[in-house]
Write a protein that binds this ligand. Structure first.
Ligand code: PAP
Length: 330
């Protein structure tokens, strides 16, 4: 496959001389697909993504009202983005059945871009005119220590993290990356992905460091980081969306609940509805990814259909070792 056909964040053709020099001092490797990847501040990035991380760290000026949606890839980001957009649109008097609702015309990733992959991919001083009206909504796959370190240290902005059972996340990554690379999701691809996942050397890995960074952040200051779980959102969507609304400062009124507007938002943001929209069937992200790739099954426990008992055991052991004593259960 011609590298130019790949999303730019997985490539290595947009890095500065300074970044090249930095990379030469970092741990680096070639991943299962033959892409260059390196470890910066404890997290693995493709080179172009690292450039975006550095641009972000250099240039991001937080505003107190900023909202950042964070996740490990394939953990429910698209859903969280859709819910957040729908919740905040209420203050702009957009109800979920308005014909001009933004979610009907753009993919959630188009409405809430990634800091390191979209906004800061090319420059440390991007044009942020599109975000002029507060709150600005951004997203990220960076671990908390990486966004926190330089840019957000003293900012009261809000972060929402969505965490998913890592076995389902792995399977979702396998299908998604096979779609991106236009290859069959074969067992041998799954085995390579599994090895990298368990070693912690995959894109944005290790997963345990990622999850722990936000988990600890949420324990230290629950008003700053809201820790959500994909499985809880599936099991009790009404309670979880209310929790999200309270955290974002836009709780549902009794009248909204009674009039069914909460349920309408859940319906608007459901996988079934989003995937049926024309923009998500045929559109592409600014980063060249087909919108349809973001919607697959959305099931809890789908990994059971693909992982062998040995693979499951190995992941369980890693979780037990790395997350021991932190209070987080899978
Ligand atoms: P990203 O990291 O590329 O943004 P992300 O949205 O986090 O991807 O994860 C995609 C997963 O969320 C897919 O899971 P699956 O592969 O196990 O099916 C996708 O189907 C699921 N998903 C996308 N939209 C929704 C939604 N509205 N409700 C529930 N799950 C969803």
């Amino acid at each position: 496959m011609d590298p130019k056909e790949l999303p730019s964040n997985v490539r290595d053709d947009e890095i500065s001389e300074e970044t090249k020099k930095l990379i030469s001092s970092l741990p680096s490797r070639i991943d299962y697909q033959g892409n260059k990847i390196c470890k910066y501040q404890g997290c693995w990035y493709f080179y172009n993504t690292l450039q975006g991380v550095l641009n972000f760290q250099r240039g991001f000026q937080p505003q107190d009202t900023d909202i950042i949606l964070a996740s490990y890839p394939k953990s429910g980001t698209t859903w969280l983005k859709a819910l957040t957009v729908a919740l905040l649109e209420r203050s702009k008097k957009h109800s979920s059945d308005d014909a001009d609702h933004p979610l009907l015309y753009d993919n959630p990733h188009g409405i809430i871009p990634f800091l390191e992959i979209d906004v800061y991919s090319e420059s440390s001083s991007p044009n942020l005119a599109k975000f002029s009206a507060p709150p600005r909504l951004f997203s990220t796959h960076m671990p908390l220590h990486t966004i926190h370190r330089e840019a957000l240290k003293h900012s009261p902005c809000k972060i929402v993290y969505v965490c998913r059972n890592v076995k389902d996340t792995l399977i979702s990554c396998w299908f998604y990356s096979s779609a991106i690379y236009k290859i069959e999701p074969t067992r041998s691809v799954l085995e390579s992905r599994f090895e990298e996942f368990c070693n912690g050397t995959n894109y944005f890995g290790p997963f345990w460091e990622h999850i722990l960074s936000y988990w600890r952040g949420s324990l230290e200051d629950p008003n700053y980081v809201l820790f959500m779980r994909y499985e809880e959102m599936k099991a009790e969507p009404r309670d979880q969306i209310k929790r999200l609304a309270v955290f974002l400062g836009c709780p549902f009124t009794k009248q909204e609940e009674d009039s069914g507007s909460l349920d309408k938002i859940l319906d608007l943001c459901s996988l079934r509805n989003l995937r049926s929209l024309e923009v998500n069937k045929t559109g592409q992200s600014i980063n060249n990814v087909e919108h349809s790739f973001f919607f697959r099954k959305g099931e809890v426990g789908d990994s059971k259909n693909y992982l062998t008992p040995e693979m499951e055991n190995k992941i369980d052991m890693i979780i037990q070792e790395k997350l021991q004593g932190c209070g987080l259960k899978f």
